[in-house]
Ligand binder design. Structure first.
Ligand code: FA5
Length: 344
């Protein structure tokens, strides 16, 4: 039994020596000093020994177990150290490597231009309102003096959802909604930006979905000169003090008289070029004095109140301001295009 123990000791020490990882070392420990290990196995045979031999073998067994355990502990410390070292090596950071650039998002160019226009009108005392994109036929047309069957409805080819529901073709229904909410009692000074939809064929200057900004000013004694002064100020602030504006007669069923405002072409300074189709002028919005019928339908007494309204297309305004040639660029999400307008 003594030989057996000494052989086990040698065998175990050799294996410990050869072991190269912690898992194998653990297996050696279980195999030799564990509860079901070889040493325990040998000690089970102690019953067959004489009284004199038992303490001697018992002591030897403890010594062998101690020696093996000490060797295991020592090896374990060495292996742990090596594992830590290897991990540290792997995780070393090379501070000389170039950094990875982080992608920073930014506002879409249309959002930026809408915010710029909002700021401008907020500065003039206007408030910003919103309205639904799924609109009723009533607010999109009837409340704006466009009864069913009116030929001017054809000016805005419409996506109908049901007989009575549609995707709004302009932001003008928010005029009617705002006035109605105020019950014909208070003055109104609001702008409303938002998406609008028309069954237009997409091309360089037309999109079936685009943005508009509506403006409405209703109070006692509002005149055409207020409209002209406000929109001229707006154009100069947005496009530069050198821009000139002109107003041409036009037609919208919800304003009377109606006008379209042009600004002098920025590219040719009004001399004529391909951008302004050689006219020297570019149209940027429709406007007019709110039709008395529209005021009355919304609950305002048209003998007391008057007002002006305007509607512009920020897509076209952004195209002019930044020299963008195709409106579809706004909606195709090409990052190379969009990134040009992010602020540094
Ligand atoms: C209107 O939509 C009127 N509601 C504007 C208005 C409001 C007039 C208040 C008077 C008082 P118009 O259909 O012209 O008007 O459209 C206004 C602007 O929307 C145009 O000047 C243009 O900039 C833009 N627009 C119209 N159709 C498209 C389209 N398919 N794609 C991109 N922009 C468009």
């Amino acid at each position: 039994m003594k030989e057996e123990l000494l052989t086990l000791e040698k065998e175990a020490l050799d294996k410990i020596q050869e072991t190269e990882d912690l898992k194998a070392l653990q297996e050696v420990q279980v195999a030799y000093t564990g509860r079901k290990g070889s040493i325990t196995e040998v000690l089970r045979g102690m019953g067959k020994l004489s009284k004199e031999e038992r303490p001697v073998i018992g002591e030897l067994a403890n010594k062998v177990r101690g020696t093996i355990q000490a060797a295991i502990d020592e090896k374990k410390a060495v292996l742990e150290e090596a594992a830590l070292e290897e991990q540290l090596q792997k995780e070393t950071i090379d501070v000389t490597l170039p950094g990875r650039p982080t992608q920073v998002g930014g506002s879409h160019v249309l959002t930026s231009i809408i915010e710029e226009i909002e700021d401008l009108f907020i500065g003039l005392g206007y408030e910003v309102r919103e309205g639904p994109e799924v609109e009723t036929d009533y607010f999109n047309f009837e409340a704006l003096n466009l009864p069913k069957g009116h030929p001017a409805r054809d000016m805005q080819d419409t996506f109908y959802l049901t007989d009575d529901l549609l995707l709004r073709t302009h932001t003008s229904p928010v005029q009617a909604r705002t006035m109605r909410a105020l019950d014909g009692k208070e003055p109104v000074r609001m702008i409303c930006p938002g998406k609008v939809y028309r069954r237009d064929n997409d091309d360089a200057t037309h999109s079936h979905q685009f943005t508009q900004i509506e403006g409405l000013y209703v109070d006692k004694d509002v005149r055409m000169s207020d409209l002209k002064g406000t929109l001229d100020l707006f154009a100069k602030q947005l496009f530069g003090q050198n821009r000139h504006t002109r107003f041409r007669p036009s037609f919208f069923p919800f304003t009377e008289p109606s006008v379209e405002m042009d600004i002098s072409c920025k590219v040719c300074e009004g001399h004529g070029c391909s951008v302004c189709k050689h006219s020297g002028w570019i149209e940027i919005l429709g406007a007019g004095m709110v039709h008395p019928k529209v005021l009355e339908m919304a609950g305002y007494d048209s003998a007391v109140y008057s007002g002006f309204a305007f509607g512009m297309g920020p897509d076209r305004i952004a195209m002019l301001k930044y020299g963008i040639e195709d409106i579809r660029q706004f909606y195709t999400n090409d990052q190379r295009f969009l990134e040009q307008f992010h602020e540094a």
